[in-house]
Design a binder for this molecule. Structure first.
Ligand code: CA
Ligand code: CA
Ligand code: CA
Ligand code: CA
Length: 293
């Protein structure tokens, strides 16, 4: 199924509410003209409708589907790398989308969506790869956003996830720093502020993708990275499930504070931005010229 030029990411969401998961791609186009997203509605499990394409900013690299207003229908949050912006497309209620509304960020490669300030609506955290910063966009409840914070982290923040990582129940942020081969955990102060010193854990070289799962079944969120420069995957296990007073990552084989590097013999490791990505959404792969490819 043809979509726009150079799709870099695919997201799954039931955008029309019919119970069938639909597809949304972020189409990079090139570094000059505006990019697009294509929405492919699932017509019943085996057939998808022709893509419907919407314009966004320059160089979209990632698209997340999440509700941004009060209607329970998933909207689209698009990170535009070259355009240094985020585009919001509000679902009209039937799986079609209103024209984008764009917000300035940095050169972003990672976007996470969650209610960061406990007011019942979804906010946005953006990882700005070139600026080494995180931008927080807070939702007014109707799908309009205000940039409420823009703070520095380590070198080349790339993949970002929102999840409860501490025992206080707030949604925290985990960020893979490609430039320092670390994952940092930014603790939410309860109002969507992340001013405290981050917890840092070393992972393999050049982590490009970060995911969240409960690998050990203890109810606490764990993390894993795909380390492009090392050919490894790092797993960071949470020692404390939600509701407990503290949380740290630990190496399941070597003790606290370190990641386990799981090398797959004969495999290059997950390279989700690469051409051989095995079905996972492309979460980025930078070339030597520091451009996504
Ligand atoms: Ca659907
Ligand atoms: Ca919505
Ligand atoms: Ca909120
Ligand atoms: Ca766990």
């Amino acid at each position: 199924m043809a979509v726009g030029p150079h799709p870099r990411w695919v997201e799954v969401a039931d955008v029309d509410g019919d119970g069938w998961p639909d597809l949304v791609t972020a189409n990079y186009h090139d570094a000059i003209e505006n990019g697009s997203v294509s929405v492919l509605r699932n017509l019943g499990g085996k057939v998808f409708a022709k893509p419907v394409t919407y314009g966004v900013g320059v160089g979209p690299y990632i698209v997340r589907a999440a509700n941004a207003n009060h209607d329970d229908m998933p909207d689209l949050v698009v990170g535009n790398y070259d355009g240094q912006s985020v585009s919001i497309l509000i679902n009209r209620g039937d799986g079609t989308f209103a024209p984008e509304v764009r917000y300035a960020t940095g050169w972003n490669l990672g976007v996470a969506v969650a209610d960061l300030d406990h007011d019942g609506d979804n906010d946005i955290a953006v990882a700005n790869f070139k600026e080494n910063t995180i931008t927080i966009l807070k939702n007014d409840g109707n799908g309009a956003f205000t940039r409420s914070a823009n703070f520095a982290v380590g070198r080349q923040p790339r993949s970002i996830q929102a999840a409860i990582l501490k025992g206080d129940g707030d949604v925290d942020l985990a960020v893979a720093l490609a430039g320092t081969s670390e994952v940092i955990q930014l603790a939410n102060d309860g109002s969507g502020g992340f001013a405290g010193a981050p917890a840092t854990c070393a992972v393999g070289v050049n982590p490009k993708t970060l995911i969240v799962a409960d690998f050990d079944g203890n109810g606490g969120h764990d993390l894993a990275t795909a380390n492009t420069g090392a050919g490894t995957v790092s797993v960071l296990l949470d020692v404390s499930p939600p509701g407990s007073a503290r949380s740290r990552v630990r190496d399941p084989s070597r003790g606290a504070g370190r990641a386990a590097h799981l090398r797959r013999r004969g495999a290059r490791g997950a390279d989700p931005g690469g051409r051989n990505a095995p079905g996972r959404p492309a979460r980025g792969a930078l070339g030597r010229d520091h451009r996504p490819r």
